[in-house]
Design a binder for this molecule. Sequence first.
Ligand code: ACM
Length: 749
Amino acid sequence: MKKIFYILFIFLLNNIYAQQLGLIPAPVHLTQQAGVFILDNQTSFDISDDLLKDERQYLIDYLYQYYAKSYTKDTKEARRSVSFGLNKSMPAEAYTLRITPELVQIEGGGKAGVFYGIQTLIQLLPTTISPEPTLPCIEIEDSPRFRWRGMHLDVCRHFFPPEFIKKYIDIIASYKMNTFHWHLTDDQGWRIEIKKYPLLTAVGAWRNGTMIGRYSDHRYDTLRYGGFYTQAQIREIVAYAQKRHITIVPEIEMPGHAVAAIAAYPFLSCTGEQVEVGKKWGVEENVLCPTEDTFGFLEGVLTEVMDLFPGKYIHIGGDEVPKIAWKKSNFCQELIKKEKLKDEHGLQSYFIRRIERFIHSKGRQIIGWDEILEGGLAPNAAVMSWRGTEGGIAAAKQGHFAVMSPGSHCYFDHYQGNPANEPLAFGGYTTVEKTYSYEPIPKGLNPDEASYIMGAQGNIWTEYILTPEHVEYMALPRMAALAEVVWSPAANRNFSSFKNRLAAHFRLLDMHKINYSRSIFEVKTSLKPGREQKGIEVGLQTIASGGEILYGFNNNAPNISYKEPFLLEKSGLITAVYTEKGEPKGKPVITEFLFSKSTGRRIVLEEDASESYPGDGAFTLVNGIYGSPEYFGFQWLGWSGKDMQAVIHLDKEEIVHSVQVGYLDRKESWIHPPSAIRIFVSLDNQTFKEIAVLNTNDIADQPRKIVLNFEPIQTNYIKVIAEHAGKIPNGFPGAGEKAWLFIDEIGVE
Ligand code: ACM
């Protein structure tokens, strides 16, 4: 028992210290002592092993850059020392950091461990320029939970210069992440110089126009856009990353997302037709044809890629490959017969297996998006699970390594705050809190299977991200949250501690001139049915704490100080803002409530919404709020390939004459309108009578909200069925997959 108290005590201390010190990711063990170490001119920097000279120089350069102090001279009369050493009894990425008034001692299992000790030291330094920065006396023992701690960047949809790639690598490294997944080729641009195939960049790196605004607007500019990295630049970036203990995983997309390559070398497609580099986002039907010429080309490309990137893994894409071109191609149909493949999915598997064999023969391994499971996984292939966690689970169960990167928690191109206050984003709603809540080991794996989960990764697709500052904004602070997920022991994870550290950590980002989202200061509403089925109880919160939330009704300025949840009984607007010392910290958030006979009533769903889009449960559909079409993770419920069936309990007999159902039409995100809406009434919740129905064509006439009017009728219960659209038809992103159905509100009059 005593031991448990002791462990609990240490755990609490650990959290308290970590919280005060603003360390992200939280270390495994930390104890703080009284006193400080002063980094002054009489500090020497000593290495026990020549191997560590890069790490030593990294810290000296950092101190010079941010504290304008030069420590390069070898101070014989040094009074204090910062020493760096190796301790081979620890794993390579583990480190200890000891700070006393006389010395700073960093020991790593390997160079990487020493580097991570330095990253911790940097986070302990003051965030104001000080002539003699001090470090708190402390002892830390630390090591990572997962071995793949990744961040991705798409440089195809928009191009980012080498200087920014280096800054991005610096940011990744500062969180002790160790993998940069560089998405180098796609439909809209080929971004890596390949000497054997010069047209890949001469032609494939440039497009004659770009989609602007929202995908569904289908608007384009006519500007030539592009860029690429020369092999010299890539070598420099790889070396830069190596010094920061980051492995770069290059991605060469195949057999889909390859229009830029086809524009350069039309023989790569099944028709040989000349096409343009893509201007439109989404999924293209024009894919690589599995001919010997294509494989020869890919082997040529991959040989140069493997020469540039020394890491073990080469990412070969494999996602979103429509099978239409292969279905139409006589060559592909003959190949399917000749190779005794089942169908086009078998052909996809054949394609990936051929590439896998080639890459494996060079001593490397492939990793691909989870579609590479279709038709059978290639031997030795690792899987990156993005369409959920199923791909990772399937891979691990088959004894293949997997990296978890599900859209629901790890796609940082999604909104992180209220879209009214955010730049246009892909969609989705992935708050820093949601990312932080992610557990990379999926449920249902036994310990042996779980050992195949290498870690997790955050992805940044750049359709709507045009500048480096915007990349930083989307990455942070979600990257910091994911860093803690993949580094810190699950038992040390505590969102309340993390958010307090984050508020302090923002000062470091300011010092490093890194842009970040302030969405933790945004006011969020939490809603519950009012007591006795009356109205809605409104709570207001922010992730940040310590300040004051002010709110106001309708057009009044927010000037009421929020103390506790209050009851709302009619339609109207609520404006709320978070302030600290009287200054607004986040932007005001305006929420519109539309009351109807269903608002705040009991509602029962036949089938819960997907775990990825659960909203606040069934109540979301009667909370008086229509969600934003922009960020469909919030105020929306989503079902994949299933109908929505809800029964609203009016709890007394009422006359009703109309039902209104809010839905989402975002086909680029696989979200399709319902194919039918049916309304039933009942007095006893047993026998229901259908009183209205609308089918596809009528629904298309009512974008966003479907209104069904009927003869007034007395009822106690209303059942609403929204039928899902089935399989996504050809010509739309995700063709052949299950369509999503999204519903946000059911109003009754
Ligand atoms: C992906 O997001 N298409 C992997």
